[in-house]
Write a protein that binds this ligand. Sequence first.
Ligand code: GDP
Ligand code: GDP
Length: 464
Amino acid sequence: MIPVIALVGRPNVGKSTLFNRLTRTRDALVADFPGLTRDRQYGEGKVGGFPYIVIDTGGISGDEEGIDAEMARQSLRAIDEADLVLFIVDARAGLTAADEMIAQYLRVNNKPAQLVVNKTDGLDALSFSAEFYALGFAQEPWMIAAAHNRGVTSMITRLLTDLCGEPEEAALEEEPIEQGPLTEEQILAQDEQLETQSEKQLDRQIKIGVIGRPNVGKSTLVNRILGEERVIVYDQPGTTRDAISIPFERNGKPFMLVDTAGIRRRKNVTETAEKFSIVKTLQAIKECHVAIMVIDARTGLVEQDLHLLNFVLESGRAVVLAVNKWDHLDQEVRHSIKEDVNDRLGFIDYAATHYISALHGTGVGELFRSVEKAYRSSYSHWSTNRLTTLLQDVVAEHQPPMINGRRIKLRYAHQGGMNPPIIVVHGNQTQALPESYKRYLMNSFRKILKVTGTPLRFEFKSGD
Ligand code: GDP
Ligand code: GDP
């Protein structure tokens, strides 16, 4: 499970600065959930093969009047979901009453917490460290200067090693591939490497995450999938009823449902709806290959659905949309829902949409076909030859514009990664390429390469 780290502390101690540092990786995914969270930010990062999720709790104000009730509640919730709390204090301000309050708060909640002393730049450690020992943390405090990126990487690497052990082979494999100006030989070598990875990946089990707001029918869908006759659910050694991931086989193909804790258990509809957890959703998105995003046809699309979808979009994950509870709706209602979905989900138009009934099992088979297609697309590999020929065809069809009397040149293309597939296009003046032309390229490539269900990313390199 991807570890979750919460940053807590008074306002102004440098939490957002640290948050920004920790999420400034290549695939960083940062999103606010307006309306859902107040002053909470979720982000994601990766260090040395370890992915992690960071929550900036926005701050426990802890002034004389006491902790602001709503803020504290929110922070507490974030702390609840975290594997580790980093309690940030300000070396310049020294120890304050509010810090002591927060430390107390963490002790009472019995959370694994470590003390981080920020803004240590230009200060002599001896001059401030002693007072913070009074907070009673077992470990030595971390000394960092987030604004200057000092001590941050070594701290996070150490914390993650302690939390997760050695990074997994698979995690290392996903490290971004170097994309500087490559020689022809390097590109060919990379092609081969991607080809092998693609082949290997296509034999693996597909990890599916079922996400969506509470009550849209996630557990019904999961139970429906696992309850089908054609499905063999494996008993893994060490798995319990509360297992987080459930491996199964469908039509002879291996799958795994990830992060279904709390979903599968809720078989009884009279149980109260599961609390919506952004952290759990984020973890499911990170852990899966393909996300099934469930939308409730009875309520129609709501803001939260769009926020979740945005998250999926930014994460680069493959996704399939399941508009659920399609049973017993009259034609008019169906028509207006379809219209609404088409109008408002244009931003994620690469995702297949299925209208299903988890309760009756209608449409679930088609859903699986799209899941498999999306997975294959996300791990596709195309040779440099193929991509370059395709680029040349597409460019011949429609030339890029002239800039300062010189035409933008697009010379060759190669693949820079998968899941999501990245296509690196080399040429001249590519930095001046208009958005409309990029969209043209993207749409043409998507269509010709038959990429569905996954984002397709483009990177442009310029020789001048
Ligand atoms: P937050 O309210 O806890 O999220 O704090 P911010 O991240 O907004 O930082 C508050 C102020 O402290 C800003 O002006 C930052 O530039 C400054 N700051 C953050 N980290 C450092 C640091 O390492 N050294 C110094 N000198 N200032 C810092
Ligand atoms: P979750 O909170 O997303 O896991 O949602 P549940 O699976 O617990 O479903 C919430 C409610 O919607 C329950 O009362 C289900 O019986 C009902 N429900 C789920 N799927 C369907 C469906 O396809 N059609 C109808 N009519 N009701 C459904």
